[in-house]
Design a protein around this ligand. Structure first.
Ligand code: SF4
Ligand code: ZN
Length: 316
């Protein structure tokens, strides 16, 4: 068995893209160092931040909670809060919420859970049902649009100055390639490790795991014995994202490090595209009063397109 590149112990894992071998302890250290480095590189936090972590109960968000809980101890003036969205997916969401809650209790972190039902008046099962007769989007698109708005609403509600999500390198690169394939330049501008906030409107969003491949996060969660939900959502898309995921994984197997190269290339493209979002005049949605660049926000738009009655989110 090979030795760890960093100490004298036996290695448990060889990382192809860096050519390094790791024992358990040095592997955990390397992941935590990677996240610290990402936070510093993109200036994600300030020492006084009140950071809301979006915890879904999956391996990425619970690993992020674990790592930020450790890093945050060095910054006594900062605070961590966890927020969870219950989309309302039968036989799926409740286990994840329980795991998120248990982990927050272990760390002594305040945990807030809000449901789509409370916020919008409908759970995802009802929205998917309504979309069966002519809805134009996939279940994941409805879910994603409503969850993004919900996270921003709750982050504002708990007075968070930052919203940290568990998106890893694979998530980011898949989204980048999907936007490229769809020719969606606007959406390409909206992806990134740090998404600027707008005073009192959008809470700044940061992705501290964006330099870590999904596999690396999964191994970290396993070695740290993080209990996470492993079953897949029943609505998980089997369309374009799965194909892109498979394509990128095949490429990575043949050309180690290619996902990171794609990530860096898209970052350069995004910088060249400029931030049109910043120039947009942000108004209030005429239905829910939440920020939007149009007359009606995207969430209200998709719900009304399904013939569902709209309401101001009950949270506010
Ligand atoms: Fe929502 Fe799709 Fe994720 Fe399920 S797989 S939680 S529907 S985004
Ligand atoms: Zn709205």
């Amino acid at each position: 068995m090979k030795k760890c590149t960093f100490c004298i112990k036996e290695a448990i894992y060889f990382r192809p893209y860096s050519g390094e071998s790791f024992c358990r302890k040095c592997y955990i250290k390397s992941i935590e160092k990677n996240v610290t480095h990402t936070i510093t590189k993109y200036r994600m936090f300030t020492p006084n931040d009140r950071i809301a972590i979006a915890v879904s109960g999956g391996k990425d968000s619970l690993s992020l909670l674990c790592i930020l809980n450790k890093i945050e101890k060095k910054f006594p003036k900062s605070e961590l809060i966890a927020i969870t969205i219950d989309e309302g997916i039968s036989n799926y969401r409740s286990e994840a919420i329980k795991l998120a809650d248990e982990q927050c209790q272990t760390f002594g972190i305040e945990h807030h859970t809000y449901s789509f039902k409370e916020l919008y008046g409908y759970n995802l099962d009802e929205i998917v049902k309504a979309s069966e007769s002519g809805g134009k989007l996939t279940s994941c698109s409805y879910c994603g649009i409503l969850r993004r708005k919900a996270l921003n609403l709750i982050a504002k509600k708990v007075n968070a100055s930052k919203l940290a999500t568990g998106h890893n390198l694979d998530d980011e690169v898949q989204s980048m390639v999907m936007n490229l394939l769809r020719g969606d330049i606007d959406q390409m501008r909206r992806i990134g490790s740090v998404l600027e906030g707008k005073k009192n409107r959008f809470v700044e969003k940061v992705k501290p795991l964006c330099h870590l491949p999904e596999k690396d996060v999964a191994l970290y969660a396993y070695l740290k014995k993080v209990r996470f939900q492993s079953i897949s959502c029943p609505y998980m898309e089997t369309s374009m994202r799965s194909d892109v995921r498979q394509f990128l994984n095949d490429l990575e197997t043949k050309h180690a490090g290619i996902k990171f190269n794609i990530f860096q290339t898209f970052k350069k493209i995004k910088d060249k595209l400029g931030n049109e979002e910043r120039k947009k005049n942000i108004k209030n949605c005429v239905i829910c009063y939440e920020p939007t660049s149009g007359k009606i926000c995207r969430s209200c738009n998709i719900l009304s397109s399904l013939g569902l009655e709209l309401q101001k989110p009950k949270l506010l």
